[in-house]
Design a protein around this ligand. Structure first.
Ligand code: FAD
Ligand code: UDP
Length: 361
């Protein structure tokens, strides 16, 4: 069978691509997806207790890019949620990222925002050159905050200390001197009102788009020919690991539904840098806004080297390996590699959409 356009993967990269090709070029697209569902790692579903949960970990949409927000808003209304995270440190639940509130609670101070700015400057270490993720925190907030919030969380998450990881990892988390305790400060934030999967259903609902689920590309590609291929899965798998396997981290989720209570924790997510083996606990109803239920589901996250690849490990050797694959990808005829694992980039959802919306098709 001959197909003009094939998209491998029905996540953000694949679904946005398929929609653009169908709408803007008026050409048919076949989307091939390995899993039995659309929406990639943003997939959500109702569990056996009627609670909407995210199968691959908590996903909060946030962007500063109006074009991305407007594009997705064609397919969903939004529950205008702003994420808050608390970190369990020294027996207290304190706001994360570090803000004036965190410093005041942790050290029992009553400082104003400008005073916190001075406090941070006084405690920050002089780092002549930011070479890794440890340097990032030391240079902004100093060693005590580094040790309490970042060192052990990062080790649990990556099986590496911040000194072994690219600065970009911890640069994701700001240090603020003001009182803003939101996790993200982007202008547009929320969750699709009826869930991510429903939003993807709308995105893929076009007469020129067909979706084949439970189909591994490598099992069916011999039966097809095509003009253009768009690949959004792991790049090393595509090239049959010719340069060696890229290291990925996965996460195992342990779910618990508690009955007779509306909520069990004070924020959407609580991080546990120094206690327990899990990194964080998310209470889904806080994110989705689901109400009027006498039960609530939480998910504890255990980071792991095994399982579905989620994150590329951002150390020097692994990033160098990813570069080799990027060079192979760039030379592959009639094929484009797009998305988090295809491009080995720590993209958020909106960045994947922005990347695909910005392409010349
Ligand atoms: P994916 O969603 O991974 O989609 C790729 C698809 O390709 C998958 O469905 C996969 O099954 C399919 N595929 C792979 N190989 C094959 C094959 N051989 N044949 C057929 N199909 C194949 N981002 C945010 O913006 N906010 C958040 O709060 C947030 N939280 C996150 C929490 C966790 C735990 C994780 C892991 C990620 C989080 N992200 C978050 C990032 C977000 O998940 C990604 O940015 C986004 O899902 C990437 O989309 P994608 O299309 O590149 O990849
Ligand atoms: N991080 C940390 N302590 C925290 C939160 C984050 O050390 O309480 C570090 C950790 O290395 C983590 C990175 O910052 O992997 C990025 O955090 P983010 O919340 O963006 O991770 P994600 O949601 O992508 O898993």
């Amino acid at each position: 069978m001959h197909v003009k356009n094939i998209v491998v993967g029905a996540g953000y990269a694949g679904a946005t691509l398929a929609r653009r090709i169908a709408e803007e070029k008026g050409e048919p697209v076949l989307v091939v997806e390995r899993h039995d569902h659309i929406a990639g790692h943003a997939y959500d579903h109702y569990n056996e207790h009627g609670i909407l949960v995210h199968k691959y970990g908590p996903h909060i949409f946030h962007t500063t890019d109006k074009a991305v927000w407007d594009f997705l808003s064609r397919f969903t209304e939004w529950h205008l949620y702003q994420h808050r995270v608390l970190s369990y440190v020294d027996g207290m639940l304190v706001p994360m990222p570090i803000s004036a509130e965190t410093v005041n609670m942790l050290y029992n101070l009553g400082l104003s925002a400008p005073q916190v700015e001075a406090w941070l400057a006084e405690h920050a270490e002089k780092v002549p050159e930011i070479r890794n993720s440890e340097d990032v925190v030391l240079s902004k907030a100093g060693r005590d905050i580094y040790e309490k919030f970042f060192k052990n969380y990062t080790f649990k998450q990556w099986d590496k200390y911040p000194a072994e990881l690219s600065p970009d990892v911890i640069k994701r988390i700001p240090v603020r001197a003001n009182r803003d305790t939101r996790y993200f400060t982007d202008r547009y934030q929320g969750l699709p009102r009826r869930g991510y999967t429903e939003m993807f259903r709308g995105l893929l609902a076009h007469p020129l788009i067909s979706v084949m689920l439970q189909t591994d590309w490598f099992a069916v590609k011999k039966e097809l020919t095509w003009d253009r291929l768009y690949f959004t899965g792991p790049v090393d798998r595509y090239f049959e690991y010719s340069e060696g396997p890229i290291l990925y981290r996965s996460v195992r989720f342990e779910y618990e539904t508690v009955f007779g209570k509306e909520f069990v924790q004070e924020a959407g997510t609580v991080n546990y840098p120094n206690d327990y083996d899990f990194t964080r606990v998310t209470e889904y109803k806080r994110l989705t806004g689901q109400t009027a239920l006498d039960r609530t589901t939480v998910a504890r996250e255990y980071s792991s080297a095994e399982g579905e690849p989620f994150y590329i490990v951002p150390d020097e050797a692994n990033l160098a390996l990813a570069k080799k694959y990027a060079a192979l990808a760039a030379a592959e005829p009639n094929t484009r590699f797009l998305g988090r694992l295809a491009e080995s980039r720590y993209y958020n959802m909106d960045q994947v959409v922005a990347r695909v919306l910005g392409l010349a098709l």
